[in-house]
Design a protein around this ligand. Structure first.
Ligand code: CUA
Length: 201
């Protein structure tokens, strides 16, 4: 006996003209109402949530931004960590951080409670700036200079993790931000440092 088999070559008979079941209509209405709630939350949260960065964004030539960062690093270099300069600029100044495959350059040393204008950009592809263990995330796009006004509230030794897949070495793209307290002493013994040392052999 031959059974009729649907191969996909012939269309499945349609039923779309039949009226939808009441339960289906209710669910469509609920889903639509929820979509509207989420849609309204986007502009609302921009003003009420305090999660959106209030910075200046301008176009920049990636090579020019990189050159500016190198110059900045050379000017305020105070140390070195495996070839990456540790840079401490005076409070209130502009600090530069560039993401490139596959590193963050340079290591910024900031002072707790002081405001800085943090310039973020990428030399090549999209990277994701994720400050660990603090929940700060930012998309780094080549060709754009994001100048964020930042005031570190906690001292410590933080890690920057790339959270945007950027290539074969994406998982190795880890940077460092050091925040020294009011006395200027780096606090190495914090959560971030502990997690880092615990993961190392
Ligand atoms: Cu940079 Cu992933």
């Amino acid at each position: 006996m031959l059974t009729k088999v649907h191969t996909g070559l012939e269309p499945v008979p349609g039923i779309w003209w039949r009226p939808a079941h009441k339960a289906e209509k209710v669910w469509v209405a609920i889903a639509f109402a929820w979509c509207m709630v989420l849609f309204a939350m986007m502009p609302l949260w921009h003003y009420r949530g305090g999660q959106n960065p209030a910075g200046v964004r301008r176009r920049v030539d990636p090579k020019a931004f990189y050159a500016r960062t190198l110059q900045f690093a050379a000017q305020y270099k105070v140390g070195d960590d495996r070839g990456v300069p540790i840079v401490q600029a005076p409070p209130g100044s502009d600090v530069y951080l560039v993401g490139l495959t596959f590193q963050w350059y340079p290591i910024l040393q900031l002072q707790q409670g002081k405001e800085y204008t943090l310039h973020l950009s990428s030399l090549d592809v999209n990277h994701g700036f994720s400050l660990f263990p603090v929940n700060v995330n930012f998309q780094i796009v080549p060709g754009y200079d994001y100048a964020l006004r930042v005031t570190p509230t906690t001292s410590g030794d933080f890690r920057i993790i790339c959270n945007e897949f950027c290539g074969i070495g994406h998982h190795t793209m880890v940077g460092r931000v050091i925040v020294v307290d009011e006395n200027g002493t780096p606090v190495a013994d914090n959560a971030a440092a502990k997690v880092k040392s615990a993961g190392e052999p």
